[in-house]
Ligand binder design. Structure first.
Ligand code: NAD
Length: 300
């Protein structure tokens, strides 16, 4: 018989991920506070549940893809009822939301008190990768729990990587996204410097791609409009990874740095620049793709 998965949080990401579990042969019980999101999951072959508590009854796995740590902790631990009290002790909890490592550790501990295994498995890759089933999962938890999660995660992604114990997946995620912000901003300012000094941004991009400045932003996500046809920069920065989500991740990175007393001057600057960009010129840029930071450097 098919393994049962409860899936809570069917937004931009979860709405793409849950149908891939259906395609892989899992029985998926879906729940979201939004009726529209739930209807969409229903149409994709999930079984809609009336509440999160009903969705997790008798399941083998619980997957969640929620906005932030406060919601995750409330849902599983502090809410009435706490989801951890509604699922079988044999269930494996896989939280794919991006939250603070401390939230993930609290969830894993609260689960362990009930004999339940829980891992953090935040993702890299955006909405398109979620729908295509090509996400990268960064897992934190015991080796046994991460191995047990593999059949579910590999149905939704192409890379399942264990970072370490509980919370380690979140740490890997914020380190990666802090570096992503830094090389995106660096790429944008370098391109503008070239343009201001008479270079064609496409020619400069080609040269840097074959030189030591080559990086992922330049290779896959060129921020200068018109250089890369399929990139968000070439469609007015619509779609992609929103500025406000990058701000959330940079905030988590700074909170982690404060807690561990790590020096992250580039990450701190990146957070400030994204903060400025979010409202530059009195505009609301928070829902533009994060490569729109190019506009902070462009001249009228
Ligand atoms: P979203 O806001 O589109 O989706 C979240 C969904 O959770 C919504 O449908 C909302 O109704 C639902 N929800 C909220 N509270 C709930 C509750 N108590 N019970 C049930 N459902 C509830 O967000 P998203 O873009 O899908 O992002 C989800 C997570 O993935 C976030 O932590 C985000 O940081 C992370 N992430 C997003 C991207 C991206 O490109 N969008 C990429 C990587 C990681």
């Amino acid at each position: 018989t098919a393994k049962k998965v409860a899936f809570v949080g069917l937004g931009n990401m979860g709405g793409g991920m849950a149908p891939n579990l259906v395609k892989a042969g899992f029985e998926v019980r879906a729940f979201d506070l939004s009726a529209a999101a739930l209807a969409q999951a229903d149409a994709a072959g999930c079984v809609p549940a009336a509440t999160a508590a009903a969705a997790v009854e008798g399941v083998d796995y619980v997957v969640s893809m929620l906005p932030d740590g406060a919601i995750v902790e409330h849902l599983y631990i502090d809410g009435e009822p706490a989801l951890l009290d509604c699922m079988p002790a044999t269930a494996l909890v896989i939280d794919c939301s991006t939250v603070a490592a401390a939230s993930s550790r609290r969830l894993a501990e609260a689960a362990a008190q009930r004999g339940i295994q829980a891992i953090d498995a935040p993702v890299s890759g955006g909405v398109a990768a979620a729908a295509a089933g090509t996400l990268a999962f960064m897992c934190g938890g015991t080796e046994a729990a991460c191995t047990a999660a593999e059949p579910v995660l590999s149905a939704m992604g192409s890379n399942v990587l264990r970072a370490g114990d509980s919370g380690a997946g979140q740490v890997a995620k914020i380190c990666n996204n802090m570096l992503l912000a830094v090389h995106m901003i660096g790429t944008a300012e370098a391109l503008q410097l070239g343009v201001d000094n008479g270079l064609d941004p496409a020619v400069l991009s080609d040269i840097m791609l074959k030189s030591s400045g080559c990086n992922w932003s330049l290779e896959k996500y060129n921020p200068y409009p018109g250089v890369m046809p399929g990139a968000p920069a070439s469609r007015d920065y619509q779609g992609g990874f929103m500025v406000k989500l990058m701000q959330k991740d940079l905030g988590l990175a700074q909170a982690a740095a404060l807690a561990s007393r790590s020096d992250t001057p580039m990450g701190t600057l990146a957070r400030s620049l994204y903060g400025l960009h979010a409202h530059a010129g009195g505009e609301d840029n928070t829902e533009l793709d994060f490569s729109s930071v190019q506009r902070l450097f462009s001249r009228p």
